[in-house]
Design a protein around this ligand. Structure first.
Ligand SMILES: [Zn+2]
Length: 74
């Protein structure tokens, strides 16, 4: 798995993409916009108050943003 998002401070996260299409079960679909093929820009926002990690991914070309609430911090 080609994980380009390497961050030593990155908390443990569990990805839960319910919208994952079985026919699009490819890493490319996950990391690249399927409208224009651009690589998503990922941002992990850690909310220490709520002990939640939110992942935001954005297509810089289409200006589409996805927000996903991730695993609560231990
Ligand atoms: Zn796009």
């Amino acid at each position: 798995m080609d994980n380009k998002i390497k961050d030593d401070n990155e908390p443990q996260v569990i990805f839960e993409f319910e919208f994952l299409d079985p026919q699009q079960e490819k890493i490319e679909q996950y990391s690249c916009c399927d409208l224009c093929g651009s690589e998503f820009e990922f941002t992990h926002v850690t909310n220490f108050v709520d002990r939640q990690v939110e992942e935001q991914k954005e297509c810089p070309s289409c200006q589409i943003k996805f927000h996903k609430q991730l695993h609560a911090l231990q």
